[in-house]
Design a protein around this ligand. Sequence first.
Ligand code: UDP
Length: 411
Amino acid sequence: MDTSSKYTSSTINNKKLDDIFAKQYDNCIIGSGLSGSVIAQQYSTFNQSSLIIEKRSHIGGNCYDTIDSETGIRISLYGAHLFHTNSDRVWNYVQQFGHWVNYEHKVLGLVNGKYVPIPVNIDTVNALFDLNISTEEEMKEWLIQEQVLFLEKDGTTIREPKDSEEVALTRVGERLYELIFKPYTWKQWAKYPKELGPEVLSRIPVRSNHDGRYFSDRYQALPQNGYTSLFENMLDSPWITVVTDTDYFDVRDKIQCKRLYYTGPIDAYFNHLGWPKLEYRSLSFERGVKFNTEYFQPAAVVNHPQSHDYETGKEVDFTRIVEYKHFLNQTSDHTVYFIERSTDDGDPYYPVPNDENKELYKRYQGMAEKEEGVRFVGRLANYKYFNMDQAILNALEVVDQDTGRVVVEEG
Ligand code: UDP
């Protein structure tokens, strides 16, 4: 669907823009990603008006997807987005905006020249170490042999892992840590797991069975018509006005609203204050296309955890390759794939959870709490590595709080 006419771009329509800014809104929402769009949608159900200011030329934040013109395959411009949740509230909420197709995501890692399941399961270990483990009991025993445990000062009680290296070592031990987690994490974060909080590697489970799914959540699905159409449906309301191609900081003195919801990076809101840099990681994507080819690789996502290619010895500076044709079994004579690299500069994607950044974020948070009429929402403003469902739930709960709505959870 052509969305250009539905939203007002500041690059093409100044008169309309003046009219939009002349009005007063209940809410101004900065950013049309998951958090901002959920908030606007929710307020529309209270008959409250929202003005969304979006810096990019499209809605949907990093969930934005579109059709690749050469292959006809639906691709995501900012990396694969796999929806999974255990929350009934979130699952029921997203059903309203499109048809969801069950999809259990599987990832393979190319390790020592072999494609192995990630997260680690029996098949990963058998392939990498030439073993013949067949039962859960055997796998658990094998893991116990590998795992490194960390003891309290008294030497007897086991303490919680305090960084991501300890998380990996307690779960899979030294050998798998070196093969799968340490070099990948360096490529992704420009930091070793030791330098990152435990929450980063805690995201990846370890399995004692053959379960090859990336996530274990109850609900795992993809929107049949893509995420962009989902956002269009969310924002399709006379109560919601969207302006694209507009930097909030260029128009903040012009817009008029009772409340402001800000979903951008928190440090940018305060103009950095001359403080040390609050770190975010960005991603870059190199597109490749293969004509008259069924598939480029054996799975939608293939991780490349190692720093060098096992066969050629050449450096591998990327983390993973995503081939979108695999998602929902799309058909095309061709295939398109994206090689993903992590970068320092560029649009912020990931907050970098280590002690320095957490401390710095707290200072910003202190400022944010004093900012009257402004709410900081979402991954960038909360400086939290939210999954999609967490971002949605967080936005729903912000609206609960701000409207006094009481939601009774079932079950
Ligand atoms: N990770 C890794 N090896 C892998 C996959 C993940 O070391 O093969 C680490 C890496 O540090 C990554 C983190 O686990 O940033 C979380 O992975 P996830 O797939 O959840 O990252 P995302 O999809 O959010 O980029």
